[in-house]
Design a protein around this ligand. Structure first.
Ligand SMILES: [Mn+2]
Length: 431
């Protein structure tokens, strides 16, 4: 057995023990996890792309397995029910030939309906209706149990960490290919194809749609298109792109200056990168992620001043709220079998931890603990819609800001494991 296979067995042992405690605490004899199914386009016979329910993936790593059911009962071998209709149009669902599969009793089922439950009190979790749960004599998605199982995903096992590390390693091959395609003069579409080829993963299996923005598109936070024509000038590229490995997600962003960039742009990328590296060194158990997010804004204020974009003290820039116009998103989030992993806005006892009023989109508001994997992704963008509210501020060097506008923005994002011995950056820093 390889080290990774041994780690996966340990992961499943720990999961069974933790589920046993959670199920007892919530008064059920077992839980049926539904992987889910793709949605069908209205009035059509074609389906959308699909990702399985996170709790199903936590056990199986199978992020693409639809119409499947996993029954967990304390002290009993879990049953994994696969949908295997007699169908000559498609290949039936198949599991890999790997040792972890032996931990499950695997049953094929002709129908996509849930398997019958043994006698007892059960909960059904996933994209199911109350009617379906009732027909099984079970409860659908009881919130207390869901929250308890979410909490089990917050601290990663050694197996999960090694999967996240490998997802990062493989994603970097895509980022290298994307950068080369950019330097070769490619359009956004060419860069996307180069990325996919570099990671060798089909688009629908990626953790999220890649963001590939040239020039001003880098300032559109979730830019969703891939222009097929290369732009006349190559000022900048922002690539936010990941990969899945055994269900686990990488979420990495790089920004590059092109040959047509203004000379101010590359130093600004270096500034954001240095800020990101500094913030990473602050990751430790007991640290408030909200405080780190606020530290990012302090760093951004200092950057705006140092690079001559604002003529004021860093303290005054921070107090004016300008940094939130230059960076409207959060510093990062938890990462796991979902790119924005669950459990980011509760405390360890499950009490809600809403984000501060001035940072409403921050996805991670809790105190850091060893075993958490977080993204660290400070950004600095020229977003005209947001800067408009600050137009009256004479301290802003509007000429410089507008000169940068057609470079879009900068985001530098790594995935980092929090440990008692310091941060462990899972993203290879090769360039
Ligand atoms: Mn992210």
């Amino acid at each position: 057995m390889t080290e990774s296979e041994r780690q996966q067995h340990d992961h499943l042992d720990v999961l069974m023990q933790a589920y046993t405690e959670a199920l007892a605490a919530h008064g059920v004899d077992g839980v049926l996890l539904y992987s889910g199914r793709p949605a069908r386009h209205f009035g059509d016979d074609q389906d959308t792309s699909f990702a399985a329910y996170g709790h199903f993936v936590h056990w199986t790593g199978q992020a693409q397995l639809a119409h499947s059911w996993l029954l967990i009962r304390p002290g009993v071998q879990p049953t994994l029910t696969l949908h295997a209709p007699a169908d000559f149009w498609h290949l039936p669902a198949r599991l890999p030939e790997e040792p972890w599969v032996e931990r499950f009793r695997v049953e094929a089922r002709e129908s996509p309906e849930p398997p019958p439950l043994p006698p007892g009190r059960f909960a059904v979790l996933g994209d199911v209706t109350n009617d379906l749960a009732q027909a099984l004599g079970a409860e659908a998605n009881p919130p207390g149990l869901v929250a308890a199982l979410d909490e089990l995903r917050v601290r990663k096992s050694d197996y999960e960490v090694s999967c996240l590390r490998e997802a990062n390693r493989r994603a970097m091959a895509g980022h290298r290919a994307a950068r080369e395609a950019f330097e070769a003069g490619g359009a956004e579409f060419d860069i996307q194809l180069a990325y996919l080829s570099g990671v060798r993963q089909r688009e629908s299996e990626l953790p999220y749609p890649n963001i590939v923005g040239l020039n001003a598109h880098g300032g559109v936070l979730h830019y969703q298109h891939y222009d097929t024509a290369p732009p006349a000038a190559r000022r900048s590229l922002l690539v936010d792109a990941g990969r899945r490995y055994r269900g686990y997600c990488a979420d990495i962003t790089r920004t590059w200056a092109g040959g047509d960039a203004t000379p101010e742009f590359a130093p600004l990328i270096e500034g954001v990168t240095a800020l990101q590296q500094r913030l990473i060194t602050d990751l430790a158990p007991g640290v408030s992620y909200v405080a780190l997010h606020e530290r990012m804004h302090e760093g951004l204020a200092a950057l705006l001043v140092a690079h001559g974009l604002v003529d004021a003290s860093a303290e005054a820039v921070l107090a004016s709220g300008l940094t939130r116009a230059f960076c409207p998103h959060g510093l990062g989030h938890l990462l796991g079998v979902q790119v924005h992993d669950v459990g980011g806005r509760v405390d360890a006892r499950g009490q809600p931890q809403p984000p501060p009023a001035e940072h409403p989109v921050l996805r991670l508001t809790r105190e850091l603990e060893a075993g958490m994997v977080v993204t660290m992704e400070p950004g600095l963008y020229i977003i005209p819609m947001l800067l408009e509210a600050h137009r009256h501020r004479p301290e802003v060097n509007w000429g410089r800001v507008e000169h940068l506008a057609d470079h879009g923005g900068i985001r530098i994002e790594d995935n980092v494991l929090v440990t008692a011995d310091g941060p462990d950056n899972l993203t290879p820093r090769e360039h």
